[in-house]
Design a binder for this molecule. Sequence first.
Ligand SMILES: [Fe+2]
Length: 285
Amino acid sequence: MARIIGGVGTTHVPSIGKAIAEKKYNDPYWRPFFSGFDAVHTWLAREKPDAIVVFSNDHGLNFFLDKLPTFAVGAANEYRNEDEGWGIPVSHAARGDAAFSWHIINGLVADSFDITMCQEMLVDHAVTIPLQLMWPDGNWPLIVPVSINTVQHPLPSMARCLELGRSVGRAITSYPQDLRVMILGTGGLSHQLDGERAGFINKDFDTLCMDQLATDPEALTRYTIPQLVELAGAQGVEFLNWMAMRGALTGTVAELHRNYHIPISNTAAATVLYENRPRLLRRAA
Ligand SMILES: [Fe+2]
């Protein structure tokens, strides 16, 4: 059976792609961010995931404001990388596994999630930059991309994204193939790219989100989307992807590592690593 081994939440700022291409790992501006992946690399080398379910948001590549699904799941054997004009390097395609994707899609629909099924899907920096940060050699595990609308209001709620993740987690653990699966949630943390509050960052709220995401994600569902915009910024709502990631961790979760650095391109850059340990079954009395 497939097993969920852990999860990572990380920022996906486009300029990271350029810094990777220019190998600025030890540049004073970038070092505090890139060094946050040392612990992740050690964990990945030990745990060796076969597959990754990636929760992220599309930035106008597959979907635009005229047609924007709340949730969309890729069901292809390959996902080409394109981007939408950020000038960052285009990477090689990510491998997929259509059969695994369809298993997750079936689970989601059985759980009453009315998703969009994508037998063709492109991936942008929200997928490729975190993959390249975690596997700098470019040898990425296969992926199942799940796109969450964090762009066009009304957005799905924090609670709905947590439940989406839980449904994906249940589907993964019922997949008969022996896959070691990790979950990835990308985007955030607090940032706002335009308007009167351009450059807005809220360290206190980001810290609270990371604290509660690890120990009590349910508590975060008290925030409405307008409150999330107010507290995290208009683009900080990408935290919804982290909520789904956390929801998919169905076992006992231990936070192994956290890095938080301000700013990367006017964004609070954060990385968390969770291990997902199987719950111990209670013996019947
Ligand atoms: Fe983004």
